[in-house]
Design a protein around this ligand. Structure first.
Ligand code: DSN
Length: 496
């Protein structure tokens, strides 16, 4: 029988689709292999597809140093683009206001259990709501759920590195809903860029807030949870930690966990956690003495129907898959590497004569004092943009204006997701340094040069063009977690 087997196989080959329709097979292979991304958008909306292609190339060819950004995984992007986006599911797992929720219930259950596991939380002590659309809605839901309108809160002031939603207002205007609907007294960092816990304690003792908020957008040191917990106990007020920036490092155990101190903890899921753009709220089911709280109902009600409608189930699925990643042993390595990279870049910058607020970092953020270089943060942000290094201008201690702040915030989560390690920080620091030298040459003796005039010189500056080319060639050596090299249309330069 064996000897008839071969001729039969050969015959079947000649009658196979490959032999009869080779071009079709080759086409299908090519399309599956190299064009899985954006094919439909290209077909129905080429104008939009083109913009997305340029953004993909920008991400791939640039150095992403914005501290709140990261590069998420293909699995997260697939969840975001899945059929789950079609589904309404107002309510909670098992008690929804819509039919057909048997599968999305499974999705949300997974997201919740993994979100608890990621921070090693006991489900009888802590619960989590994974429905907030992002960090700001999550924070508002915390206030709506646990406070009465006009209750007093204390958060780190925005110019000190705090977040808008922690009660920010200016002398002329209540800026955030958190200062419109609640009374807020900010605390500050001292001139070294470290939280002035003495000031917080002094003022809190007089002001007697209902809630003290820890967490920040531009703060480089870990928090003294013990001290603030003791203060909250003394004042009988709630301790709320917004860990949006540092959640990934807390899960990776390179920073202290706030959970043993806080009553409620919020986070975004896209910063150091590297997931989709969404938010989560963790709340104590039992207080620190083991007595049951009513936080679960109050937080859940505040999210829906208090502030939101239907949860975005595609996002919740993306949270679930990202939390699986965060629970994996490899996550600790990622978190450690983020911190190591930030500290390595900080050391190199200091060795090159630069000044960092607080003298370095415990986390992923560096706050670079550009005021001492005679450059505003706005000018540095713009010149770095011109060479495809993305950062943002930031206030630093002593700044009078948030419009022309004296610093730049750098963060290492995104580059670490592309595989950057300590040795790559030398090149990153050198690129930053060269951009600064060009900025100083442009500005010359006229530090008062207007930002628009400064930017207007860029197109004719050959040194900037050369530096941009080098930055882009260097960046393009690293993979993107979000898409394959073959998905990138403009690998060698983005058309102007
Ligand atoms: N805007 C974010 C940041 O950049 O830190 C926080 O919401």
């Amino acid at each position: 029988m064996k000897c008839f087997g071969k001729p039969l196989n050969i015959l079947s080959f000649f009658f196979s689709p490959i032999f009869l329709f080779p071009s079709r097979i080759v086409f299908r292979y090519t399309s599956l292999h190299s064009m899985p991304y954006l094919t439909e958008v290209e077909k129905v909306d080429p104008e939009l597809a083109e913009i997305i292609h340029r953004e993909m190339a920008r991400e791939y060819r640039g150095l992403e140093l914005i501290a709140s950004e990261n590069f998420t995984s293909k699995a997260v992007l697939e969840c975001l683009g899945s059929a789950l986006t079609n589904k309404y599911a107002e309510g909670e797992v098992g008690s929804r206001y819509y039919g057909g929720t048997e599968f999305v219930d499974g999705v949300e259950k997974l997201a919740k259990s993994r979100a608890l596991e990621a921070f090693k939380l006991n489900p009888s002590e802590w619960g989590v709501n994974v429905q907030p659309y992002s960090g700001s809605p999550a924070n508002l839901a915390v206030y709506v759920g646990l406070l009465q309108p006009h209750d007093r809160i204390m958060g780190l002031d925005l110019p000190s590195g705090g977040h808008l939603t922690h009660g920010f207002y200016t002398p002329k205007k209540r800026i955030s809903a958190s200062s419109l609907f609640y009374e807020s007294l900010p605390y500050h960092v001292n001139e070294d860029g470290v939280i002035d816990y003495d000031e917080l304690e002094r003022n809190a003792t007089i002001y007697r807030p209902k809630m003290i908020i820890l967490g920040a957008s531009a703060y480089t040191r870990d928090y003294d949870y013990e001290r603030v917990r003791a203060l909250c106990d003394k004042l009988e007020c709630l301790l709320f930690m917004d860990m949006a920036h540092t959640a990934g490092l807390i899960a990776g155990e390179v920073l202290k966990s706030p959970f043993q101190y806080a009553d409620v903890v919020s986070t975004t899921t896209h910063k150091s956690l590297r997931g989709p753009r969404a938010g989560m709220i963790y709340f104590r089911k039992t207080d620190r003495n083991g007595n049951a709280t009513d936080f679960e109902g109050r937080i859940n009600q505040a999210v829906f129907p208090g502030l939101q409608g239907g949860p975005h189930m595609n996002n919740i699925a993306a949270i679930a898959t990202q939390m699986k990643d965060v629970c994996s042993p490899a996550w600790k390595e990622y978190a450690k590497q983020v911190q190591v990279n930030a500290q390595a870049l900080g050391k190199i910058m200091i060795s090159k004569g630069h000044t960092l607020i607080s003298g370095g970092t415990d986390n992923h953020i560096l706050l670079w004092n550009t005021r001492v270089l005679n450059l505003t943060g706005s000018k540095v942000e713009k010149i770095l943009d011109a060479v495809n290094i993305s950062t943002n201008k930031n206030t630093i201690p002593g700044d009078k204006s948030a419009i022309t702040p004296g610093g730049i915030r750098l963060g290492l989560c995104a580059l670490t997701s592309r595989g950057f390690v300590e040795k790559d920080m030398e090149a990153v620091a050198t690129f930053l340094e060269r951009a600064i030298q060009i900025a100083l040459e442009i500005q010359g003796e006229t530090a008062s040069m207007k930002l628009a005039e400064f930017i207007a010189t860029f197109p004719s500056n050959d040194k900037l063009a050369a530096l941009r080319k080098e930055v882009e060639e260097f960046s393009a050596k690293f993979d993107m977690p979000s898409f394959n090299g073959s998905d990138i249309k403009y690998k060698n330069g983005i058309p102007h």
